[in-house]
Write a protein that binds this ligand. Structure first.
Ligand code: NAP
Length: 495
């Protein structure tokens, strides 16, 4: 079950959000009395309540907004119990002051906004001695493994425990706890108004992650990155899982560089069966896996890891997706001459995506010239794959059949930028922009005006995700559905 926290300054706004949430399917709501400006009218908030509530009133030291006296705060909590609220949240130090009464269930809570402390078990034992119906522990995750520690605590606890890590690194714990049968998890009314760091909105929890359908044997997938930003991968993979009614969920894991090995070690025990890999882990991840696909070895980077028993296997679907896009655009028929073999490609950028493309182009016999903003990086890449280089300033002088943008130039919000002057675009040139947000970059628009053949970043993104989906599930991906999701999401990003 999801408990949605509401914190509003005015009673009427709190009540309106409460009713709206219940209309949207919420079954439990936390009323954060500390957010109310001025005197709290408890009866007004609780009368005719459309679903059970948790009443909480947090002090500043526990991450709350309460400005009144401690005496008045405890009076308010006692009154809530007297009113017969379904749950009251009591911090460890006041739990003994507010005795059990009537049918109100007691949540005894502990918050640590700085870290997930070493003595987690001891804190839990202390809370369990304070007559709880439910124990709640929320701690800040500074390392990936903090999630695992909190999940183990939930798993081993005899008293129902709602445990979660806060912060972006801790967000997975809020969803993975569902596999352990926690009584509920917390979500916020709106994703831009989180009441605790790393909290997801009710809509994200239900529509993206399908939280209420997660069971102990739900298979877990995800993307590992740092920063995680607004990755579109959870949106499209979860939509695809839901389309086929698969018992699978796809999460965003923010994994700092130094935590990568620990994540790979922990993942199988948490039910993780596969992950997409992105910046900064694409190269480093290879060192820690048991099996590496040939393309990964050639490129030196992986974007997918599959866990199978005690094996972890690396793949690179970026490379395959990019080559599939060329095959489609150039009308390649297996068994016929590879059309790329007689072509010259100019690749802008010398980072991860450029590397995957250069590997594929060279493998298919194309001549490749690399232009990088940092010349040394371009030279290094060219050496690895026996290509030519030119300086960034002289890129327009290269006579090429194919132009590839492997830089982020033109990406949202810098949509008025292009890495290549339109005066040098020629009809029938193939222009491949790897940027996928927006799909219609300035480069793509200008290339279409000049009658070039265009491959967009969305084509490649959907194709690499579809290949990952196949690796995750052994089933063909619902490509059109994935494309729709990404178009809708990137369209929204422009507003
Ligand atoms: P990366 O490893 O950080 O490499 C970025 C490259 O772009 C570097 O060579 C960098 O040059 C260059 N660059 C950055 N800003 C530049 C600027 N203002 N002018 C000129 N060059 C610039 O990143 P990546 O993973 O390769 O990603 C690059 C792009 O590909 C991103 O837009 C990403 O969204 C896109 N991508 C798309 C897909 C897809 O499926 N469509 C998949 C992966 C990536 P320096 O070395 O000088 O920093």
């Amino acid at each position: 079950m999801i408990c949605v926290s509401i914190g509003r300054g005015r009673h009427r706004h709190m009540i309106a959000e409460f009713h709206h949430l219940v209309d949207e399917g919420a079954q439990l709501v936390e009323l954060r009395l500390d957010y109310i400006n001025g005197e709290v009218n408890l009866k007004r908030l609780l009368n005719d309540r459309p679903c059970p509530v948790i009443v909480t009133c947090r002090r500043e030291q526990d991450g709350g907004m309460w400005k009144g006296s401690e005496k008045n705060r405890q009076l308010l909590l006692r009154s809530a119990v007297a009113e017969g609220v379904e749950y009251v949240d009591l911090e460890e130090d006041i739990a003994a002051e507010i005795p059990r009464f009537g049918k109100t269930k007691r949540i005894i809570s502990h918050h640590d906004f700085a870290a997930t402390p070493g003595n987690l078990d001891e804190i839990h034992r202390r809370l369990c001695r304070l007559d709880p119906d439910i124990v709640k522990i929320a701690t800040m995750a500074n390392h990936w493994h903090d999630n695992v520690r909190i999940l183990r605590l939930i798993d081993q606890s005899e008293i129902p425990t709602v445990g979660m890590c806060m912060g972006e690194i801790g967000t997975p714990s809020r969803i993975l706890a569902a596999r352990l049968g926690v009584p509920f998890t917390y979500a916020t009314f709106h994703h831009e108004r989180a009441l605790a760091p790393g909290q997801l909105s009710f809509s994200q929890m239900t529509n993206v992650y399908n939280y209420d359908l997660i069971r102990p044997d739900t298979e877990v997938f995800g993307v590992i990155a740092d920063p995680i930003g607004h990755s579109l991968s959870p949106l499209i993979h979860n939509a695809a899982f839901q389309h086929f009614k698969m018992d699978r969920v796809y999460l965003s894991f923010r994994i700092p560089r130094e935590d990568l090995l620990e994540f790979l070690t922990d993942a199988p025990d948490l039910g993780v069966r596969g992950v997409s890999v992105t910046i900064p882990h694409k190269e480093a991840v290879i060192r820690h896996l048991t099996k590496i696909d040939g393309a990964v070895l050639g490129i030196g980077a992986a974007n997918t890891v599959i866990f199978e028993g005690d094996k972890s296997i690396a793949y690179n679907t970026d490379y395959r997706a990019a080559m599939n896009s060329f095959d489609q655009t150039m009308g390649f028929v297996p068994g016929s001459k590879q059309p790329l073999s007689s072509k010259t490609a100019l690749v802008l950028g010398a980072g991860g995506v450029a590397k995957a493309l250069v590997f594929g182009l060279k493998r298919r016999g194309a001549a490749v010239v690399i232009a990088g903003r940092t010349e040394s990086r371009a030279i290094e890449l060219a050496k690895q794959f026996e290509c030519q280089t030119t300086t960034w300033e002289r890129r327009h002088t290269v006579k090429c059949d194919i132009l590839i943008n492997g830089t982020p130039v033109g990406m949202h919000p810098n949509v008025d930028e292009t890495p290549f002057d339109q005066n040098y675009l020629r009809p029938n040139m193939i222009v491949f922009d790897t940027v996928y947000n927006p799909e219609q970059t300035l480069l793509v628009k200008q290339a279409r005006e000049k009658h070039c053949k265009v491959i967009s970043g969305v084509d490649m993104f959907v194709s690499q995700a579809a290949l990952q989906f196949k690796l995750f599930t052994n089933q063909e991906a619902p490509i059109e559905l994935m494309r729709e999701q990404i178009k809708r999401a990137t369209g929204a990003a422009k507003l």
